[in-house]
Design a protein around this ligand. Structure first.
Ligand SMILES: C[C@H](C(=O)O)C(=O)SCCNC(=O)CCNC(=O)[C@H](O)C(C)(C)COP(=O)(O)OP(=O)(O)OC[C@H]1O[C@@H](n2cnc3c(N)ncnc32)[C@H](O)[C@@H]1OP(=O)(O)O
Ligand SMILES: [Co+2]
Length: 135
């Protein structure tokens, strides 16, 4: 069994992380946390907490990364929504048994040491959904 606990973060694809961050900090008065490069995802991320959830700004570190491709195709904007789950292994096992189209059948490294996995947008009604388990 698994349980979706909350919206963990909203992933926003940006061309320039520093510039985008300024809107949330200088204009909205939010506090940005440190940046982290997640090699496997070819991305540099910055989390900006907002209550129980976070904004995640994502800048591509490579022209062939998923964020670069998304921006090329759609421009900057919301690229994914992450749901916090209590047990990502069980979640993936159950979704697979239900025939849900998964991008990741096993969890991968996520920012801040989370275990993450993506569900294909075709299976969710058009949203790239990230499942995230944080210890
Ligand atoms: C590390 C950090 C963390 O939180 O820890 C992260 O979040 S990393 C976040 C960055 N990493 C990721 O996003 C990894 C998972 N993403 C992926 O594997 C890929 O981006 C993908 C499979 C969703 C799409 O790959 P792609 O662009 O090559 O595929 P296509 O361009 O052919 O798109 C296939 C179909 O999905 C749609 N599509 C593509 N991307 C998205 C999206 N972000 N949201 C909703 N729909 C989408 C396209 O419009 C197309 O629909 P149609 O056929 O109707 O035109
Ligand atoms: Co994310």
């Amino acid at each position: 069994m698994f349980k979706v606990l909350k919206v963990d973060h909203i992933g926003i694809a940006v061309k320039d992380l520093e510039a985008a961050k300024k809107f949330y900090t200088d204009v909205l008065g939010m506090t940005a946390q440190g940046e982290e490069v997640v090699e496997q995802q070819k991305v540099k991320v910055c989390f900006i907490p907002s209550g129980d959830s976070e904004v995640e700004l994502l800048e591509s570190t490579s022209p062939d990364g998923p964020i670069a491709k998304f921006i090329e195709r759609n421009g900057e904007g919301i690229q994914h929504i992450a749901l916090r789950v209590n047990n990502i292994e069980n979640a993936l096992k159950e979704l697979k048994e239900k025939g849900i189209r998964l991008i990741d059948e096993t969890p991968r490294y996520g920012a801040g040491g989370a275990s993450i996995a993506f569900i294909h947008p075709k299976a969710t009604g058009g949203i790239l959904l990230e499942l995230s388990e944080r210890n």
